[in-house]
Ligand binder design. Sequence first.
Ligand code: HEM
Ligand SMILES: CC(C)=CCC/C(C)=C/CC/C(C)=C/COP(=O)(O)OP(=O)(O)O
Length: 313
Amino acid sequence: MSEQSTSKPAPVDASLSGAIQQYYDLTKPRVVMLIVFTAFVGMLLAVPGMPDWKTVVLACVGIWLAAASGAAMNQIIDMRADAIMARTQNRPLATGGLQVWQAVVFALLLCGLGMLVLVLWVNVLTAVLTFISMVGYGIIYTVFLKPATPQNIVIGGAAGAAPPLLGWVAMTNAITPEGCLLFLIIFAWTPPHFWALALYRREEYAAAGVPMLPVTHGEEFTRLQILLYTYILVAVTLLPFTIHMFGALYLAAAVYLNARFMYYVYTLYRNYSDALSRKTFFYSIKYLMYLFAAMLVDHYFWDRIVLWTLGQV
Ligand code: HEM
Ligand SMILES: CC(C)=CCC/C(C)=C/CC/C(C)=C/COP(=O)(O)OP(=O)(O)O
């Protein structure tokens, strides 16, 4: 049995701070935080030495606003399905804490502000790519892909994978192979990240009528797909080292993080439990955070370590 919707929605807090909290929740703050972090890393990797911090801050703000707008659009469209699932039933539109028109105005405002910041103070290419990602998630994934195909998150994952490339483009105004490689890492990471959650939440998705892979193709097939995508992820995360984008610091971190991820998904494949599936999902988030942090550390310190070591011999 996967985890069931047994709890009741929490009562709505009608105070001002309650209203602010509802708007804040509408932006899926923690997901968007990691999205902005990967964009931030993309920005710093794109230039040698210290970046122009003003552009970095403005690009982070613009991408944050656009991603938050996408998250709000997603909840406007999904409010009925969200009200059915225990995991999402306390979202502001599902509880009635916010009205649809309030969420629509808020989403449009975030979108407009985000585009303004990117066009005025970053560059038009970043604004266009960010807009495509926002619409890709908020509309194309949510309206067309999510209710239609179990490949929804594979195709829709392109929107969530865009941020490091957006960060790269913000600093260079160019789409380069290195920026695309960062995109590819998150693209390959998304299926194990999401399907691990979908496995232990499969009955909720079935009840809400969402055709996620464990619902349409069963648990065993999903476990195999998670394993196969993690193999791809391992290969893709090693590529930046082979093209000398990063040095041994990154390699060590990637090998360690990949070994742990493989251990989780292989065990999940051989011996399924909801508890392990949940652990795998939470590990996937830490994995991405640490992998991108390792890129930063390598970018700033690996050359210095090599030079210092050479100086010692
Ligand atoms: C199409 C792609 C993706 C899908 C379908 C997906 C799906 C999900 C789902 C269903 C959750 C649970 C959310 C909740 O319980 O409220 C979640 C959580 C999370 N996701 Fe993803 N995700 C995707 C891409 C991403 C990306 C690109 C990132 C960051 C770079 C990300 C970071 C996170 C984080 C940090 C959480 C934990 C949120 C929390 O603790 O509240 N996800 N994801
Ligand atoms: C501008 C930019 C970079 C784009 C935005 C990208 C973005 C916010 C991606 C988030 C991906 C995500 C949380 C998917 C959740 O899927 P779901 O909606 O199926 O999950 P749910 O069931 O929790 O609502």
